[in-house]
Design a protein around this ligand. Structure first.
Ligand code: CA
Length: 228
């Protein structure tokens, strides 16, 4: 699944360069030129990662990062701060504001992409390409294949993403709203009962292997994948 990367950068030439490189790496760029347009983009769709320029018109990158970290919905979005500043104190300030990593302009596109991949791997295992396993299930993001006790499972694209998310976040309960944000990337335009529909389909797909019991309903809270 292609990660959405929000690019918050006010200089058009750098914005274009970032968008080009992000697209080349198979990610989907979303563009914003200041704090206000960034917040509007985040309200429409939760990005998987934010590349945040420090020097912006209006609120600075540091202020935006702090704001994102205080909101439960945006708290966990990985942030890489972009800056022309090389001062060590600035680096500390950037990281203290909640950035996961920090890159100084001018940057090499290759280094930037390596950092993006490293942060995604660490923070968002569901957008990584690694095969994941859980209690008789094996899911490969590269081949888009799910095996249940060594038998191929026929599964739709949304169920695939849902299962990938659960397998990379085992034993944790997620509300419908959280699943919409994490799996659909959108909490505004999709109804919460949509989640129930896809959970049902996912269980049906796993039923022949009897692994449907891994997907558990937690009454009053939501859903989880549990081996217990
Ligand atoms: Ca700037």
């Amino acid at each position: 699944m292609a990660a959405n990367i929000l690019l918050v950068e006010d200089e058009p030439a750098i914005q274009e360069l970032l968008a080009f490189n992000v697209t080349q790496c198979g990610f989907k760029p979303i563009k914003a030129s200041d704090g206000e347009s960034a917040m509007a983009a985040i309200n429409r769709e939760l990005p998987d990662l934010i590349l945040l320029d420090w020097m912006l018109p209006g609120a600075s990158g540091v202020e935006i990062a702090r704001r994102l970290r205080t909101d439960a919905r945006t708290r966990d979005i990985p942030i890489i701060m972009l800056t022309a500043r090389t001062d060590e104190r600035d680096k500390v300030l950037g990281l203290e504001s909640g950035a996961d990593d920090y890159i100084t302009k001018p940057f090499s596109p290759r280094e930037l992409m390596a950092r993006i991949r490293a942060v995604l791997r660490r923070r968002l295992p569901q957008v990584s390409d690694e095969t994941v396993r859980a209690g008789g299930l094996e899911l490969s993001p590269i081949t888009h294949r799910v095996m249940a006790n060594d038998v191929t499972v026929e599964i739709g694209p949304t169920e695939f993403r849902l299962l990938h998310f659960f397998m990379t976040h085992q034993e944790r309960v997620y509300t419908r709203a959280q699943l919409l944000d994490q799996v659909w990337g959108d909490h505004v335009f999709v109804e919460e009962r949509t989640v129930d529909v896809h959970i049902r389909r996912l269980r049906q797909a796993l039923e022949p292997s009897r692994l449907d019991s891994l997907i558990q309903t937690v009454r009053g809270s939501g859903y989880r994948l549990s081996l217990n």
